[in-house]
Design a protein around this ligand. Structure first.
Ligand code: ADP
Ligand code: MG
Length: 704
């Protein structure tokens, strides 16, 4: 795989679309938020339903309860301007003289333009019967001069978001399909011939076409070869990327940490609690890895609040005691500084030198820290992405701990391990995630990582009570907050991204902040991404100290904050979040002994997936169940933060039901990489990786 990408630049499906010509600016932005930035993202935004409008018949033939498409002539409109709530009715008849009534609950002048009297139209919809009269409520309609084939066919339906209609997506898909047809990069097949033959698969273009322009009612079925082919492509891209990285990191020599345990023992003795059995078990697993002269690559899965931090610290002090340095990387500054604050309480008293490094620090400050890291004066350094910048050099880094893995890609992991300067050795890596994945999938999803699980939660927790409410209730909730504050408890109030830009996101949070501040004055504080690191830290510390009672925040608080006396979490627009994200947020409360509450506010109307997601949140707080549901209930691109949700989520494939395809993809990836392939195919494979955005890991492996 050393051939550079030589891809045709114009008219490719991996191009970012500025604007979809038939949609205009505003809709294009919404579409981008829904699907993604590239034509291929539109193409991979697959329909989730089909409406069968092929039944072209007369009114007499149309059966009640079935979808029929009928050519009718408009006879008359009936509506009452004084009684707006009454439906608008249109009488029509077909060539046999039978009558059909069209009903609109959102009537208005536009209907008279759309259905002029005497005009012939095709109408399509489910036939309802009222006594003897047949009706269609809110039919689809088309000019009667159209060819029936354009109307009476299978209609795909797509997952939507606010402000986007089926018609919008259909137009965008049409344009993206046109780009696909002229994309020369797709002329060459990437899959091996035998594979295609043995599964009766069609090529990529045909598969995409069949799914968007279906002519078979079973098109969306799991077994459909077009869907299978795309699901396989998606998983193959992913497995090839993983295999490349795996092949590159398969190095035999690691660091054998000697078992110097006094510092560890002191740490544990100083804790105000006993470790849970799961924590002890996981530590043993980590200890064995660290002792071995091969690199550790271990994933620690544990629900929010399961107590991963102390496990990380216990592993870290062991490396420190052996004379090494440790890097602990977190996805946000807040989380990094939270860990750092905890380290001041737990590690500094033991004489361990810790430091915090974040991107927003002043250069002079950074330089000081760089120096002390290089000289080995700092033993454990906490930080964000700032840790993997090239200026950061360690004296003898032996252990890298990465918290909340789903935010980081393989790229960051590898960049961090590059910071180790051993003679031919690779450092130990411990990755921690609060997004549990089904065990069966762990191997394939995380490549060659070993997996440890913290399932048992620390004792003394009362489960959080979760309530789902409409946003109308906001002022009631603001009022009720008083009682919470009187009890010396605290409140998180989360305002997510509401519009397309970060600006309006902030505006919404600011507005809510001001509203709440009217009631509670100085007790309220606003936290958002634009606040400087040092100030953020101070706000957090003050909140933890109880100086503020209510924290209004954008999703920056998502991970890691630990404030035991915070007992209430209000989440606005909860319907826009994915399950894992909601679960993470909810995990901020319920950390003490008091009864905690989570209030999920939604803006109606709720879509299908969103309804189910909120239901799941009300019914369970088991992270593993939530993780499994998260796979099922994520309409593609439907929720906030899908990009962050990590590379193990798929657009086409379903990790549970496509498990066999996944295994096949894994094996195919291995064998494709083992044998040299013709240059054209290699190029096609590279394009496949681009289509599914798995190419960054690849480039990294090549450059390494
Ligand atoms: P997470 O797994 O989400 O990172 P933390 O490590 O932040 O969880 O732990 C959550 C809280 O539980 C912290 O306040 C921590 O001190 C506490 N904790 C951790 N382990 C135990 C234990 N064995 N018994 C009691 N409390 C614990
Ligand atoms: Mg944590």
């Amino acid at each position: 795989m050393r051939i550079p990408l030589k891809l045709s630049a114009s008219n490719t499906i991996t191009t970012h679309f500025e604007k979809i010509a038939s949609l205009g600016e505003r809709l294009s932005v919404r579409l981008r938020n829904l699907c993604g930035q590239r034509y291929t993202d539109i193409l991979l935004h697959l329909p989730t339903g089909l409406i069968d409008r092929r039944n072209l018949c007369t009114i007499a033939e149309a059966q009640t309860g079935e979808v029929a498409t009928i050519k009718v002539k408009v006879l008359s409109h009936h509506f009452s301007p004084s009684r707006r709530k009454m439906p608008w009715k249109i009488n029509t008849s077909d060539s046999n003289g039978d009558q059909l009534e069209l009903i609109f609950f959102n009537g208005g002048k536009w209907l008279e333009n759309k259905f002029p009297v005497d005009q012939e139209v095709y109408v399509s919809g489910k036939i309802e019967a009222l006594l003897t009269e047949k009706q269609i409520i809110h039919p689809e309609s088309f000019l009667g001069s159209l060819v029936p084939a354009h109307v009476a066919k299978l209609w795909p339906t797509y997952p939507l978001t606010a402000g986007i209609t089926q018609a919008t997506i259909t137009k965008a898909v049409g344009e993206a399909l046109a780009v696909m047809d002229t994309d020369k990069n797709l002329n060459q097949e990437w899959l091996p011939d035998e594979l295609i033959k043995s599964h009766n698969w069609v090529n990529f273009r045909t598969a995409i076409r069949q799914l968007h322009l279906p002519d078979d009612i079973n098109t969306l079925e799991h077994e459909n070869p077009a869907r299978q082919r795309l699901a396989f492509d998606e998983m193959l891209a992913w497995q090839i990327a993983l295999a490349k990285v795996r092949n590159q990191t398969r190095i035999q020599n690691g660091i054998a940490h000697p078992p110097v345990m006094e510092l560890r023992q002191k740490l544990i003795e100083n804790l105000p609690f006993d470790l849970t059995n799961d924590q002890k078990k996981v530590l043993l697993e980590i200890d064995e890895d660290m002792m071995r002269p091969t690199p550790m690559l271990r994933l620690l899965q544990g629900d929010v609040g399961a107590g991963k931090t102390i496990v990380a610290f216990a592993a870290a002090v062991r490396a420190v005691a052996a004379g090494y340095q440790v890097a602990i990387m977190a996805p946000t500054e807040i989380l990094a500084s939270q860990h750092y604050i905890t380290s001041q309480e737990m590690l500094e008293p033991l004489g361990v030198k810790c430091a915090l490094l974040t991107g927003k620090m002043k250069m002079s400050e950074k330089r000081k820290i760089y120096k002390s890291i290089l000289e080995g004066e700092v033993q454990i350094v906490f930080g964000t992405h700032a840790l993997i910048q090239k200026d950061v050099e360690f004296k003898n880094l032996s252990l890298a701990i990465i918290d909340e893995q789903h935010r980081f890609g393989v790229r960051q992991r590898m960049a961090l391990s590059d910071k180790h300067k051993g003679n031919g050795t690779t450092l130990d890596i411990l990755v921690m995630t609060a997004t549990p994945i089904p065990r069966t999938l762990a191997l394939t999803v995380y490549g060659d990582m070993d997996v440890s699980i913290l399932r048992e939660k620390p004792p003394g927790r009362t489960p959080v009570k979760t309530t789902v409410m409409s946003t109308d209730k906001i002022s009631d909730i603001i009022g009720a907050t008083e009682r919470i504050i009187e009890r010396k408890e605290q409140v998180y109030w989360v305002c997510p991204l509401v519009e397309e830009s970060e600006k309006s996101d902030l505006a919404a949070a600011t507005q809510r902040f001001e509203q709440i501040q009217k009631h509670y004055g100085d007790q309220v504080v606003l936290l958002h991404g634009k606040i400087k690191a040092a100030e953020k830290e101070k706000i957090m510390a003050d909140f933890k100290a109880g100086i503020y009672k209510i924290m209004v925040a954008t999703t920056v608080i998502e991970v890691g904050i630990d404030v035991p006396q915070a007992t209430t979490m209000v989440i606005e627009h909860a319907e826009r979040f994915g399950l894992s994200q909601l679960h993470q947020l909810r995990g901020r409360v319920g950390r003490g002994a008091d009864q905690s509450h989570c209030i999920l506010l939604y803006a109606p109307p709720l879509g299908h997936y969103a309804t189910e997601r909120l239901q799941v949140m009300r019914d369970t707080d088991d992270g593993f169940i939530i993780a499994e549901k998260d796979l099922d209930l994520r309409g593609p691109g439907e929720t906030l933060g899908t990009q962050q949700a990590g590379h193990w989520l798929c657009k086409v494939a379903n990790l549970e039901t496509d498990k066999e395809l996944l295994i096949l993809a894994r094996n195919t990836a291995e064998s494709m990489l083992k044998h040299p392939m013709p240059a054209e195919q290699e190029q096609a494979v590279n394009y496949l990786l681009q289509i599914f955005e798995r190419d960054d890991a690849t480039q990294l492996a090549q450059s390494g």
